[in-house]
Design a protein around this ligand. Structure first.
Ligand code: ZN
Ligand code: ZN
Length: 143
């Protein structure tokens, strides 16, 4: 089942985007950069093909933060909402969206915890999703 025709927005409502088709593979990322950027135990991302993603309004509010490892995070400069992520050397073929900014409900569910090596020690993972020390192709974390 594929989630289609979704909308998302930032906290202040200034930025609105549209997703035509959401990739069914979604993950919770526990890396320290996602934790800090989101101010949360982890960040949840879904991917969208570039041609399936569009900003509907508020592009003038978008600000990019490029980290030391050349990953790029886009956020709303008015309210601070994290909106998209791009890896270093991004080809631009896909857009990673911060799933919690979706306003539409989705049928799909995240299937993995990634970068659990960097997980906050006060957070306990208590679901059945696969746990990976780093990316999805890395060692499974059996803790
Ligand atoms: Zn905003
Ligand atoms: Zn991360």
């Amino acid at each position: 089942m594929q989630d289609t025709n979704l909308r998302g927005s930032c906290l202040c409502g200034g930025v609105v985007y549209k997703v035509a088709v959401l990739d069914p593979q979604m993950a919770h990322c526990h890396c320290s950069m996602c934790r800090k950027f989101h101010g949360a135990a982890f960040a949840t991302y879904g991917s969208v093909k570039r041609e399936d993603f569009s900003w509907l309004q508020g592009q003038q509010l978008l600000q990019e933060f490029v980290a030391d490892n050349q990953t790029t995070r886009t956020f709303c400069k008015k309210c601070g909402s994290s909106l998209t992520f791009a890896p270093s050397g991004d080809t631009g073929e896909e857009v990673e969206i911060a799933l919690a900014t979706l306003d539409s409900e989705i049928a799909g569910r995240p299937s993995a915890h990634i970068f659990t090596e960097y997980k906050a020690n006060w957070h306990q993972i208590s679901d059945d999703c696969a746990k990976f020390m780093r990316g999805r192709d890395s060692q499974i974390n059996s803790d």
